[in-house]
Design a binder for this molecule. Structure first.
Ligand code: AMP
Ligand code: GLY
Length: 417
């Protein structure tokens, strides 16, 4: 089997590795990939979606796996182009990927199908947003578009709300778009992933992401500074409630709205006192949750994704470890405001008992690894208990060094209530 994976981050490194380790040992190609991914997958010479899909057709690719969301909604859409070319794609078409690309689209979908979520109001201007907030703080403001994880502000007071509205409507930092003013929910967050194949689904191991840069969950939001994954992260009763109130109605809603879906769907949830509520949908796996979850997935991921892209949910091809997995992000100096490149990375071999996925690295002329900005590495370790997994992940992460390294030492230790 010949598989092409689209994307370049730590999530794609983990996906590529899981696909490479699938029993049939498929041949993996990537676009654009990274230098670390290129050690497992051959890079494809393409300069855009059209040439990528033409290359896939000319090179007998059996399956395209969409790692990163942007390609799903860019131009005609990756999955749409694959469909026209007759190439099975694990990832939804552009129309369905609006669930992630437009927060307003997602909100209307949630309300239409009676899926629990925060109340919200879409606003076209600074003044309209101030009026919608109506002095109720804390409030949550969301830019209605893809903003690389920067488009959401939880505002404790008027000053922070006005600063965010200024970024959106005055500085146009994210481009053109509206703002959703949303009710602020409380409770622990959990990320639930389902593989959806038309009207069927399979729920993967749930995970929890540590979003803020600083220990004790302080400082600005990031793409995620670490994650914990386990079937036991939430009770079986809560998982059942999430399935009944959120996952199943979402899959039914997609069918009812004629939105085709074959791929991973990520449910960002808050477990509020009134039950689980959807904060966001993402039409992909989480990053870094994917790096934590993948080592817990056993079986034939390549066969599962191919069958799914062809319309068959083959749950029998996978099984899920009962243990715990902890992943720790090592980020570059300055992240998330800025990032730094070219710092030499040492200790990768000593961290070997853990799985190390590269998110932002490049190779020096002599073949050493150096930082390439943003989140640099993900160190993942598993064990039957949370405590053992935490100890292993942090001990392995301790081995790795580079100038300006940022890391949270409370990943897996700080619990959210
Ligand atoms: P999002 O990009 O929508 O996942 O939002 C980023 C983060 O903002 C979430 O992980 C939450 O921590 C927080 N957040 C988003 N929506 C809400 C909400 N309605 N109430 C409280 N916190 C929220
Ligand atoms: N870790 C959050 C995300 O992937 O969106």
């Amino acid at each position: 089997m010949r598989i092409l994976v689209v994307g370049k981050g730590g999530r794609e490194h983990a996906l590529v590795r899981a696909l490479v380790e699938s029993p049939g040992h498929p041949e993996i190609f990537c676009f654009p990939g990274s230098e670390a991914i290129h050690e497992l997958a051959k890079p494809v010479p393409a300069d855009g979606l059209e040439s990528l899909v033409a290359w896939m057709r000319g090179n007998s690719i059996d399956l395209c796996v969409a790692g990163e969301e942007s390609y799903l909604v860019k131009g005609p859409g990756l999955a749409n182009l694959c469909a026209s070319a007759g190439i099975p794609c694990w990832g939804p078409p552009k129309e369905s990927a609006q669930l992630e690309a437009s927060k307003e689209f997602a909100k209307v979908f949630l309300l239409r199908h009676g899926i629990p979520t925060a109340r919200a109001c879409a606003c076209d201007s600074y003044e309209e947003a101030v009026e919608a907030i109506a002095g109720h703080y804390p409030t949550v403001l969301k830019f209605d578009g893809l903003a690389a994880g920067k488009g959401v502000a939880v505002c404790p007071d008027e000053a922070t709300a006005r600063a965010f509205l200024d970024e959106v409507f005055v500085q146009r930092r994210f481009g053109d778009g509206r703002v959703l003013v949303e009710e602020c929910l409380t409770g622990p967050e959990v990320s639930v992933f389902a593989a959806i194949v038309d009207d069927q689904y399979l729920i993967f191991t749930p995970a929890r992401d540590y979003k803020r840069i600083g220990e004790g969950d302080t400082g600005p939001n990031t793409g995620g500074m670490g994650a914990v994954a386990s079937r036991n992260l939430i009770t079986p009763e809560m998982l059942r409630e999430i399935e009944d109130r959120v996952v199943a109605p979402t899959v039914a809603g997609l069918r009812r709205d004629s939105l085709p879906y074959r791929g991973f769907l990520y449910f960002g949830l808050m477990l509020t006192p009134e039950g689980p509520k959807v904060i966001e949908y993402n039409c992909r796996f989480g990053d870094p949750e994917c790096q934590a979850v993948m080592p817990l997935v056993h079986g034939d991921l390549a066969g599962f994704c191919l069958a799914g892209a062809q319309g068959k949910l083959r749950a029998d091809l996978l099984s899920f470890d009962e243990g715990w997995s902890v992943c720790v992000i090592l980020a570059s100096a300055g992240y998330p405001e800025s990032s730094h490149c070219g710092d030499l990375i040492t200790g990768l071999d000593a961290a070997a008992p853990a799985r190390v996925y590269h998110a932002g690295t490049s190779k020096t002329a002599d073949g050493s690894w150096q930082t390439n900005g943003g989140r640099v590495l993900t160190v993942v370790a598993g064990a039957p208990t949370l405590t053992a997994a935490v100890t292993r992940a942090h001990a392995c992460a301790d081995q790795i060094r580079f100038e300006g390294l940022q890391r949270r030492r409370d990943i897996g230790i700080l619990h959210f209530t």
